[in-house]
Design a protein around this ligand. Structure first.
Ligand SMILES: C[S@@+](CC[C@H](N)C(=O)[O-])C[C@H]1O[C@@H](n2cnc3c(N)ncnc32)[C@H](O)[C@@H]1O
Length: 353
């Protein structure tokens, strides 16, 4: 998924540094879960994961990929709906996705607020989705909710279906990467017919715990071998940039406002988007009793200055700072040309005294 700070391409490196630094123990806290990619990777490596994020759509992904350990069978649902598979070896999840993909569209909240047809009375009609896709998203989202209310699916199955929807929506969104604004002409990706994309779940037998709350509140609730920190690097809050994924996930008919139809996000503001507050929060994490190692991902453009991070962390144990030149593609301000840019990804590795 396109998500600012997504560590999908860096997890192997992080894991190799854990080996290089001889860090033992399998209880892993993915403190800033986002896409859940870090937790997913460490789950496949046999770790027991605790994960959390302020965003609800992140929680949906965590529930499906981290906490859930099984391929869903949809036993009750498949007895109640008619599905004919196009593919020979379709899994139960494929069958349910196929059923959802051919639902007739509904003019629901997404259509009414985020497509040009649904918002034509606005001075600037919103162009996040073409009308047909807005209706499709509404139909799928409502069907998943109805199945849950009718007890035709389990909680796990509910979150897996929602995760499929959340993963698919960005492929049809008419944006430059985040949802703070929509494009004023149609990106070819947005005009394709919406369909749910297959997702890959991770099976296993360890217990994992996912949360949708400020991770600071979880520090005293578990014991960790490793706390992995991947905070926001700058002042930009995440919630407004991903407001539409949040609304698809919650589907709670929120009050929205402004050109982009933003939902309120007062309760989802992160202290890590402010340099001074971020350092105070970091100190609180370092002071907590229940960990052996802290791994902090940051980069040389972050709002917390490197010398302050080093000074602070050194008070709590042995610190090793490793760096990795990472090629990032960056859009310029109007989103046109893409500049290649090397960013120094940093990993601060602390072993407690
Ligand atoms: C840099 S992103 C993490 C990216 C993630 N590692 C990945 O690979 O997708 C930072 C995340 O931290 C979340 N966040 C910020 N402050 C938080 C807090 N106090 N508690 C929980 N989550 C927080 C944001 O919502 C955002 O999803």
């Amino acid at each position: 998924m396109r998500f600012i700070g997504n560590k999908e391409n860096l997890v192997e490196w992080i894991y190799s540094e854990i080996q290089n630094n001889d860090i033992k123990g399998k209880r892993f806290f993915d403190f800033f879960a986002g896409t859940s990619n870090v937790g997913r990777y460490f789950k496949t490596k046999g770790y027991e994961i605790v994960s959390s994020d302020l965003l609800y759509f992140s929680y949906v992904l965590q529930k499906a990929y981290i906490e859930n350990n099984k391929q869903p069978k949809f036993e009750t649902l498949l007895k109640n709906i008619k599905v004919q598979s196009k593919t020979l070896f379709a899994s139960e999840l494929d069958l349910v996705f196929e059923y959802l993909n051919i639902l007739k569209g509904i003019e629901g909240f997404i259509y009414q607020n985020y497509t040009p047809e649904g918002t034509k009375e606005l001075e600037q009609p919103r162009m996040y989705f073409i009308g047909e896709n807005g209706k499709k998203i509404d139909a799928i989202r409502q069907q998943i909710e109805n199945w849950k209310e009718e007890s035709l699916i389990t909680d796990n199955e509910y979150f897996i279906l929602l995760a499929g929807l959340i993963e698919s929506v960005p492929f049809y969104s008419n944006i430059l990467g985040v949802y703070a604004a929509f494009k004023k002409d149609w990106d070819p990706r947005a005009t394709k017919q919406f369909e749910l994309k297959p997702i890959n779940l991770i099976t296993g037998d360890k217990k994992h715990n996912s949360h949708n709350q400020n991770s600071m509140e979880l520090l005293d609730k578990y014991e960790f071998d490793i706390i992995y920190l991947d905070p926001p690097y700058n002042q930009r809050q995440y919630a407004p940039n991903y407001h539409l994924l949040e609304t698809v996930a919650k589907y709670d008919n929120p009050q929205i406002k402004g050109i982009s139809g933003m939902r309120d996000y007062k309760k989802q503001k992160s202290n890590f988007c402010n340099a001074d507050k971020a350092l105070i929060e970091l100190e609180k994490i370092l002071q907590s009793k229940n960990y052996n190692h802290i791994l902090l991902s940051y980069n040389n453009e972050g709002i917390m200055p490197q010398e302050k991070i080093i000074k602070l962390m050194k008070n709590f144990g042995n610190l090793n700072l490793v760096e990795y030149d990472y090629l990032r593609f960056k859009s310029n301000n109007n989103g046109q040309a893409k500049n290649k840019k090397f960013i120094k990804e940093q990993l601060y590795i602390l072993t407690k005294k």
